[in-house]
Write a protein that binds this ligand. Structure first.
Ligand code: FAD
Ligand code: 2HG
Ligand code: ZN
Length: 468
């Protein structure tokens, strides 16, 4: 029987799509467009398993997809039209919440915002938080080991996961949905699948950690005179708030000018008078008054030390939400301005000011008129160091002329400062050919061996992360 017919038998006709699939085969940034034999939408892990077996038998490769919000071209098929795109979106149930064990078990296609809401409804916090949370899925978050804005306190998605259910490249179902915080019974397979970007197995469900809801959360927006002072401010924030520091984001003036230009209704505070702004959050387990007194002590110390020149502390939940909304709108504002050249890099926090100084100067010398959209998760040493075309230049022409050169300059600088070329977005197709220049050769070879062992016929997301 032909593959399409077998797939229709497994998931029903309605869940094998061959027409109107542009949304599935185009990446979020509209940077790349692929084609697919079909989009298949299984409804449970048994169906996922049967689909994988059918594709493997037919020698057809599979690209798993969650919310398709990935930024490294990993979730869409190639242009051949021979691959099967497997969307996990129908598998979106919350299977169980265990309040005593502080865990929640969800299917892979559960949208992050729905997971957060289910946790909150049960009186808990699920802290993973990204600008794309309205459409990205927990399966995608796990597969990219997503970061976001709460990592400084709670860690990446990896740190939030206790167990996984995975369909292997041979179609077996590995049930690892344990809620154990301690389990040293051999190799940690869970951690191999996390961050594997769909190249080693298909995640179908996960058991994730829950946390108590904080008694109070305060948010502030501060004007900061330089990146050096932003780093000093971060040190003060750690000192004054301890584990209460849940977010520390930095944004340069140009990134905020884009938000102001494309979303003036958001009324970005302070940005006109300062090269950098910091958005920080303090979550307190005691009370609002306790949170405020610690926050005020921090802001006073920061002003006195000259790290902060002006600040706004949100007086209501609505104000706090708006400040976060401004921060989360930078990616959208960049997209409105036109494609830019993204770098999702991490550097030891202490080296970030020098990195920015030197790399800005090198880029300015080689790429006349380039505009820098620098922002990111300073608390994690993770910058989105993006380069936008000059205002008068067509961005596609800019990309064609300068992308390689810009990447060379930025990545070489990242190497000099001991950093990583992918902090949180992953490798996908975009960085797969750059990886050998940056990864330890022994580590890269071990990755290839893992890929061959887990997926001997290269069925799962071939050509992403590592070429075999
Ligand atoms: P997809 O884009 O569908 O897939 C991503 C990768 O995972 C692909 O390789 C895909 O094959 C694989 N995959 C998906 N589901 C599965 C599965 N069930 N099993 C196996 N493999 C699978 N990322 C951050 O880290 N931090 C941020 O702050 C952040 N902010 C963002 C803001 C915006 C506005 C946007 C558009 C993106 C942002 N991202 C951020 C990137 C993106 O949202 C994350 O990478 C997210 O984790 C992807 O989830 P997804 O469900 O959309 O996955
Ligand atoms: C963020 O932190 C995302 O907002 C997206 O990781 C970064 O647009 C980007 O480059
Ligand atoms: Zn980010």
């Amino acid at each position: 029987m032909a593959l399409l017919d077998r797939l229709r038998r497994i998931v029903s006709d309605a869940n094998v799509l061959t027409e109107d699939i542009d949304g599935f085969v185009t990446d979020w940034r509209k940077r790349a467009k692929g084609n697919a034999l079909c989009v298949v939408r299984p409804g449970n892990s048994t169906e996922v398993s049967a689909v994988v077996k059918a594709c493997a038998a037919a020698g057809v490769s599979i690209v798993p997809q969650g919310g398709n919000t990935g930024l490294v071209v990993g979730s869409i098929p190639d242009e051949s039209g021979t691959q099967v795109l497997m969307s996990l979106q129908r598998m979106n149930a919350v299977r169980a919440i265990d309040g005593d064990n502080l865990t929640i078990t969800v299917e892979a296609g559960c949208v992050l915002q729905n997971l957060q809401a289910a946790a909150a409804q049960a009186g808990f916090l699920f802290p993973l938080s990204l600008g794309s949370e309205g459409s990205c899925t927990i399966g995608g978050n796990l597969s990219t080991n997503a970061g976001g804005t709460q990592v400084v306190r709670y860690g990446n998605t990896r740190e939030l996961c206790l167990g996984l259910e995975v369909v292997t490249a041979e179609g077996e179902v590995m049930n690892g949905l344990v809620g154990l915080r301690k389990d040293n019974t051999g190799y940690d397979l869970r951690d191999v699948f996390i961050g594997a970007e769909g190249t080693l197995g298909i995640i179908t469900a996960a058991t994730m950690k829950l946390f108590p809801l904080p008694a109070a959360t305060l948010t502030a927006w501060a004007a900061v005179p330089s990146m050096d002072e932003a780093v000093r401010f971060l040190g003060l924030a750690h000192h004054h708030l301890g584990p209460g520091l849940t977010g520390f984001e930095v944004m340069n003036q140009f990134s905020l000018s884009l938000v102001d230009k494309h979303y003036p209704q958001l009324r970005v505070p302070l940005w006109k008078e300062t090269p950098w702004c910091v958005l920080l959050e303090n979550a307190d387990s005691e009370s609002e008054a306790h949170a405020r007194s610690r926050f005020e002590a921090l802001m006073e110390a920061a002003m006195e030390a000259g790290c902060v020149t002006d600040a706004v502390v949100a007086e209501s939940l609505a104000q706090a939400r708006n400040l976060w909304h401004i921060r989360e709108s930078i990616t959208l504002a960049q997209a409105e301005e036109g494609l830019n050249i993204k770098h999702d890099i991490s550097i030891p926090i202490s080296a970030i000011p020098e990195f920015v100084r030197i790399t800005d100067a090198e880029l300015a010398a080689h790429i006349p008129g380039a505009r820098f959209v620098d922002f990111g998760h300073l608390g994690d040493g993770n910058l989105h160091y993006n380069v936008q075309s000059p205002e008068e230049q067509d961005y596609r022409e800019f990309q064609r002329l300068y992308e390689d050169k810009i990447n060379d300059i930025v990545y070489e600088s990242v190497r000099r400062f001991g950093g990583s070329i992918s902090a949180e977005h992953g490798v996908g197709e975009m960085k797969v050919d750059r990886l050998p220049d940056f990864k330890d050769p022994v580590a890269l070879e071990m990755m290839r061996r893992i890929k061959r062992a887990f997926d001997p016929h290269n069925t799962l997301n071939p050509g992403r992360v590592v070429r075999v």
